[in-house]
Design a protein around this ligand. Sequence first.
Ligand SMILES: C[S@@+](CC[C@H](N)C(=O)[O-])C[C@H]1O[C@@H](n2cnc3c(N)ncnc32)[C@H](O)[C@@H]1O
Length: 266
Amino acid sequence: MTEYALKLSEAELARYQFMAESAARAEADLWAAAGVAEGAAVADIGCGPGAVSAVLGRMVGPSGSVLAVDRDPDVVDAARLTAGRAGVDNVTFGVGVAEDTGLPSSSVDLVMVRHVLAHNGSREQAIVDHAATLVRPGGAVYLVDIDMPAFRLRPDDEDLADLSGRYQEWHAQQGNDLSVGLRLGELLVGAGLVDVEHHGRYLIFPVAPGSRPPGWAARDALAAAGLATQEDIERWEGAFGRFDELEPRPTTFVSQFVAFGRRPAG
Ligand SMILES: C[S@@+](CC[C@H](N)C(=O)[O-])C[C@H]1O[C@@H](n2cnc3c(N)ncnc32)[C@H](O)[C@@H]1O
């Protein structure tokens, strides 16, 4: 069974916040084209700690609404706190699985599913199929995911490359496809959606001191799967310590894909 293995620290929460704010800026045209607008009803499925849900809540305003759903009750609590901190009160929260959220069909203008499919190897199509039932005719399903093998870090670090390689191996063992970003368009077409657009880009940004990638948050899962020892974890921690001191700051290159498609009207 696929396990979602991130444990969130304050630094990781800050990374989610940073990514959400960057996404709202960098994807502004795509969000608008897909239907993020004042008054829209949006569902954010696999909302994680709710950074994107809060940004969406701000953008749809008091006449709009956001339903934020995640299968992890602790994460849903974190999402509630994020919305509170952001002063957003039009987001409601629920615990549920992405392939069967329990939300009413045809009830929202837009479903967003960001960085969830790569954790759900065997359920990708079921998740997108379900999302397609939640949007009203003419509404859109909006997917975001990565191509992890294209992830780069400069300067190179042997230890951090080792962590990244083992994290990818762990996902492969779970049957997950960390290149699912390349297939987002196919998944939307498979769900019967039309007018599908598929875009890709590199996110290039300096690594903030203290910031840690998802592979680090999954370290206990790597150890449990026999893919890391305590010595490995200490070695990676040492590498992050070195990275935190570097000037100029190291740069990450994340290859990210966005696709959206519409439910046929009528
Ligand atoms: C990497 S986080 C992304 C969070 C958020 N979408 C974002 O982009 O900031 C993935 C989230 O998806 C949730 N998740 C993964 N598979 C899920 C599933 N099948 N059903 C519901 N939630 C799921 C996890 O619990 C986790 O909180």
